[in-house]
Write a protein that binds this ligand. Structure first.
Ligand code: 3HC
Ligand code: NAI
Length: 695
């Protein structure tokens, strides 16, 4: 199938891109475009040219799948294509619908006129891939929108509707669809009226205070993007459109683009883009698996998780029935949902009408009978198998056949839960993260008997509610919390070995984590994991599971919630203050365990904590709990604050080199008998040949 269609309608050549899914501007499209333009130029019967896509995409930009392959360099390059159409002697009109992003918008900027559907999505999101617009976008967009507006779009990568730019020179006409007909009419008008061709390169930027503006922007952008070079280089490229002649501005843009393309940060962000999309594809589930219809959702438990989970569905217009044990618990839960929406209202993120609509979709009940017609029910009651058993048996008795029964358990065996019903094939784990209305990660736990369409529907539904789904097998903690246990164990080892909570936090925060483990512990509350440890200790009386955090809890230090944890906090403040009392508790604990403290460098702290994650991740892969290394990266990036510019723990390990990671792990193992067990390098890490990718 040709990726560029050519036909002539009433003397207007119509060039239609057809490279699904989003008309990426790969080699065949670029070549086809130039050939079609040449054909139109050479046909005396053609008076103007319209370039279009379809209602999903004018074009999503350069073909990302070509990056890093020879095809991306094959001629004609995108810049040549744009030059050819800009220099065309006949009027060229872009007819824009769907997404018009990155190189797609740059292509449109090279045409002489642009007609867009009001709903079309416009943007230069290259910065989100660690890049900058590399086909003239930084030179042409400011000439149409002005320096400030263009810089904002380029540096943030924000995508806006064409209707919001209707009154700017970017668009000659913004219409309701069908846009192609409107563009053809427009092209005929241009021909009839002999409108001169508008070449954006010829426009002047009129901003007298440009240098001062750029100077302030430079400072702000640098301060806000410490770990990402792309935003600042976006600015430097845009700055060229003021200080340099057009063609030199293009050369400057190209040089900066090439620099970013080779940067580790862009490599990481492009890995993340692909990883998030790959995570939704399950090898034994065909893409065309029919999905179950989810029109109404039931949620059991209106506590911390149940409320947030409900909001996800209300937000996309799906009615929710919330079930609790008591009216008081329901009132409390509904009150929190309302308060959350009111906060959004105050911040201007929601209108009163939207708030009312969402609340009207929520109903409450104390009776399972009212759940009879839901299509999906999510249980979020206490983490106790006995309670889960009661709930699932009650659900099994009333829920209609074909409905999906999900548990939000953070660690219990989903197969055991499925066994409480007569329909284990309909049971699945949907592990949301707290706050469930905010956190993007959704671990989807596939049970031994979970039906394929239940899994496929859960993944599709996750995307609909704006989550990043990753499928996990069943094990203690699933993917994320199991890795977190290893990370915490590594931090505990360093702490006991002589480092302070603040020095560990600082090292990991400098690496890029949003918060070090101790600040995070104080935020989450130390008492929660203490109660889990107490339960585990009671179940395993022969093993010493104690950690220094137990001593903090025994001293009544539960974290920010009561002003004292690993740090102390002044009333009403979240700023951690190092507390000598904690230092004394740690010193006493070390002395009790016979440990002589030593010092740790920041890099050793980072290596230990991050390689502990990597090692556990590799075991998770070996056991088939995660399908791919990149799935683990998605979990850790979207659920646990791993630095985005590092691409996730498994990607990072491969950048460091698995050989080097294994060598460091062996070094840690050699340091003590206790450590030897923890620091056993996973077979997968040892066996992956140098240079081979972790799959
Ligand atoms: N090239 C190739 N494939 C692309 C693509 C692109 N530019 N953009 C998206 N795709 C693919 C995705 O990988 C996915 O493939 P899959 O079905 O095999 O998983 C499919 O299109 C659908 O993508 P999404 O699942 O993301 O679908 P959505 O509808 O949610 O989003 C989108 C569509 C808004 C286009 C989103 O995919 C997106 O933001 N894409 C990236 C856009 C971008 O960054 N463009 C700039 C590219 S760099 C560039 O142009 C350089 C230039 O300046 C020189
Ligand atoms: P919570 O204690 O805040 O809320 C539980 C709610 O369930 C309470 O309101 C309680 O009244 C209700 N409930 C208890 N038994 C019930 C029953 N038989 N029928 C109906 N309602 C009942 O607990 P939370 O934190 O919301 O946790 C719920 C589940 O989510 C647990 O399985 C937990 O492990 C899991 N989870 C919790 C996370 C968190 O950060 N809090 C994160 C991810 C999962």
């Amino acid at each position: 199938m040709s990726q560029v269609l050519y036909d002539v309608v009433d003397g207007i050549a119509r060039i239609t891109l057809q490279n699904p899914p989003v008309n990426g501007l790969g080699f065949a499209v670029r070549k086809g475009l130039v050939e079609a333009l040449d054909q139109a130029e050479g046909d005396a019967a053609v008076s103007a040219i319209v370039i279009t896509g379809n209602d999903r995409a004018f074009s999503g930009g350069a073909d990302i799948t070509e990056f890093g392959t020879p095809r991306s360099g094959w001629h004609p390059g995108l810049r040549t294509v744009i030059e050819v159409l800009e220099q065309a002697s006949k009027p060229v009109v872009a007819a824009i619908d769907g997404v018009c992003l990155g190189g797609g918008l740059e292509l449109a900027l090279g045409t002489h006129f642009r007609v867009a559907a009001a709903q079309a999505k416009i943007g230069l999101p290259e910065v989100k891939l660690g890049l900058l617009p590399g086909a003239g976008g930084t030179q042409r967009l400011p000439r149409l929108l002005g320096l400030e507006a263009a810089l904002d779009l380029i540096v943030t990568g924000r995508i806006v509707k064409a209707s919001t730019l209707a009154n700017t020179p970017l668009f000659d006409r913004v219409v309701e669809t069908p846009v192609v007909e409107a563009a053809i009419e427009f092209a005929k008008e241009v021909v009839r009226q002999g409108t001169p061709l508008k070449r954006v390169r010829d426009l002047k930027i009129n901003q007298p205070d440009a240098e001062a503006f750029l100077q302030v922007a430079r400072r702000n952008i640098a301060a806000a993007n410490k770990n990402q070079p792309a935003p600042l280089l976006c600015l430097e490229a845009v700055a060229g459109c003021v200080s340099l002649p057009f063609d030199q501005g293009l050369v400057n843009e190209r040089e900066l683009f090439v620099k970013l393309m080779g940067s580790p940060e862009s490599l990481a962000l492009r890995h993340v883009f692909a990883a998030e999309r790959t995570a939704t594809k399950i090898p034994d589930i065909p893409a065309d698996t029919p999905l179950r219809d989810i029109r109404k959702v039931g949620v059991i438990g209106a506590g911390t998780m149940g409320g947030g989970i409900s909001m996800n569905y209300l937000n996309v217009g799906i009615p929710v029935v919330l079930l609790e044990l008591t009216q008081a618990a329901l009132d409390h839960g509904v009150g929190i949902i309302r308060r959350n929406y009111e906060i959004s209202l105050k911040r201007g993120r929601l209108t009163q009408a939207q708030l009312d609509e969402r609340m009207a979709l929520l109903s409450t009940t104390l009776s399972y009978e009212d759940l009879a017609d839901v299509d999906l029910v999510i249980e979020a009651v206490f983490e106790d198998m006995g309670v889960k058993e009661k709930v699932f048996k009650a659900l099994d008795a009333v829920i209609k056949p074909g409905a999906i029964l999900a548990s939000n358990t953070s660690g219990l065996d989903v197969d055991v839960i499925a066994g409480f019903t007569k329909r284990p094939e309909d049971v699945i784990g949907l592990h949301f993260f707290s706050p469930a209305n905010v956190m993007k990660l959704l671990e989807i736990v596939r049970g031994a008997k979970t039906a394929k369409d239940v899994l496929a529907t859960s993944i599709a539904m996750a995307k609909k509610i704006g989550k990043k789904p990753v499928v996990s097998g069943i094990c203690d903690g699933f993917i994320g919390n199991r890795m977190l246990m290893s990370y915490r164990a590594a931090a505990e080892e360093i702490l006991m070995g002589g480092a302070s909570p603040a020095s560990i936090d600082k090292a990991l925060e400098n690496f890029g984590f949003a918060m070090g483990p101790h600040r995070m512990g104080d935020l989450a509350g130390l008492d929660i994991s203490w109660s889990i440890r107490k339960r585990r200790q009671a179940e395993n009386p022969d093993v010493d599971l104690s950690v220094v955090a137990d001593r903090l809890c025994m001293a009544g230090r539960f974290g920010q919630k009561n002003g004292a944890g690993w740090y102390k906090y002044e009333a009403g403040s979240r700023t951690p203050i190092v507390d000598p009392v904690v230092e004394k508790i740690i010193e006493d604990y070390r002395a009790e365990k016979g440990i002589t403290p030593r010092t740790y460098t920041d890099s050793e702290i980072v290596e230990r904590c991050v390689y502990a994650l990597v090692n556990e991740g590799a075991r998770i892969l070996e056991e088939g709990i995660a399908l791919r290394a990149s799935d683990i990266d998605v979990v850790y990036l979207s659920g646990y604050g791993f630095p985005l510019h590092r691409g996730g723990p498994m990607h990072y390990a491969q950048q460091v080199g698995l050989f080097n990671v294994v060598r460091a792990i062996r070094r840690f193992a050699a340091q003590s008998d206790k450590a030897a067990e923890f620091w056993q390098p996973a077979a997968l890490l040892q066996n992956t040949e140098a240079g081979q990718a972790l799959k």
